[in-house]
Design a protein around this ligand. Structure first.
Ligand code: SF4
Length: 357
């Protein structure tokens, strides 16, 4: 029988677990702080627990933590972390230092089932979901390695995978990170990026803890969107936009719409006009992402002038728009460039290592 895994437990679960050892909830809070704020991944260093309790925990629990296999640093300060999970699967997480504050870009799956045509992860397919502990574990490892456990940083769920396709583990990981005894993460510091799975979006709208929302649109007609995001074939843009309009937003909050610009495919004036029309009066901002070309991706990046023209066409129609700056290209940490080498197939996080401005 496998031992209970501290890394997979929310605080109330940890309190219940230590109660079975005859230990009060205060000890659970101490353990939680060691894991999240001080970066420990074992009970040995938890010096405010009695020696007897530490010895007992050593034999009765475990704490799975992704192993740091490789760390690379870009000339622009971006850092890419290759992490190995307990079953040997690997993934990449990225630290972006100035976006405008510090940002961790985190994965929610190994691979991705959404099969977006411009994304290497999409070509890989889904290998498996990450557990809540593996999602939160990326944050624990990055915070520990960067010595940021007691600093404020942002988290974007934009690495490998579709967070809403792994809904329960993703939301549990966010609750674990949000606990005051954990990292005390607030919803405004977290952005969840999704292709817009409508039933899951509707569920997200009912949560008590709702992160910022970024919806990957990428097209302004159902026909093109169904080609670029094959798994969107069962839903219509009209329905997706209706869900977005109903999504609960606090004062001054906006939904970010991500739009990868593909040369000659979705970057025409007519696309900009339709995009502005789709957004209408919705509190929104558009993040334009000129494609980072990658081997095997059958699309090209539009010219800078084409990107500027598209952005200007949106701004003219009253849309708040920004162009995402590519980060970490020299270490292949930029959008669409995360590739785990040496695995059975290539993988990449389409959104990673970009400035979410
Ligand atoms: S772009 Fe995002 S949702 Fe689409 S295949 Fe890539 S990782 Fe998955």
């Amino acid at each position: 029988m496998s031992l209970p895994d501290l890394a997979e437990l929310e605080l109330p679960e940890l309190e219940a677990m230590v109660a079975t050892l005859g230990v009060g909830p205060f000890r659970a809070r101490q353990i939680y702080r060691w894991l999240y704020r001080r970066g420990l991944d074992g009970v040995e260093g938890m010096t405010d627990l009695s020696l007897a309790l530490r010895q007992r925990l050593r034999t009765e629990v475990r704490c799975s933590t992704p192993r740091l296999a490789k760390q690379e640093r870009s000339t622009d300060g971006t850092q890419k972390f290759l992490l190995e999970l307990s079953d040997g699967k690997t993934l990449e997480s990225v630290f972006i230092p100035d976006t405008p504050s510090m940002t961790f870009c985190i994965s929610t799956q190994v691979g991705c089932a959404m099969r977006c045509g411009f994304c290497l992860t999409g070509q890989m397919g889904l290998t498996r979901h990450l557990s809540a502990g593996e999602i939160a574990g990326q944050v624990r490892v990055l915070a520990r390695e960067l010595d940021l456990s007691d600093r404020k940083f942002n988290i974007v769920l934009m690495g490998m995978g579709e967070p809403l396709h792994n809904y329960d583990a993703t939301m549990k990981a966010l609750r674990m990170l949000a606990a005051p005894e954990g990292l005390g993460l607030t919803p405004r510091r977290v952005t969840l990026s999704t292709v817009g799975l409508i039933p899951a979006l509707e569920r997200l709208a009912t949560e008590a803890w709702v992160p910022n929302l970024a919806v990957s649109l990428h097209a302004t007609t159902d026909e093109l969107r169904h080609k670029l995001i094959p798994t969107s074939r069962t839903q219509r843009l009209e329905d997706l936009m209706a869900v977005c309009r109903r999504f609960p937003l606090k004062h001054r909050e906006r939904i970010t719409f991500e739009y990868v610009l593909l040369d000659g495919v979705n970057d025409l004036d007519a696309d900009a006009r339709r995009l502005a029309g789709l957004l209408g009066a919705l509190p929104a901002k558009v993040n334009l992402i000129p494609l980072n070309p990658a081997p095997g991706i059958p699309f090209a990046r539009p010219s800078d002038s084409r990107v500027s023209r598209f952005a200007a066409a949106l701004a003219r129609r009253g849309v708040r728009v920004s162009v995402r700056k590519s980060r970490g290209q020299d270490i292949r940490a930029a959008c669409g460039q995360l590739i785990v080498e040496g695995g059975p197939r290539r993988s990449a996080g389409q959104h990673a290592a970009e400035e979410l401005s």
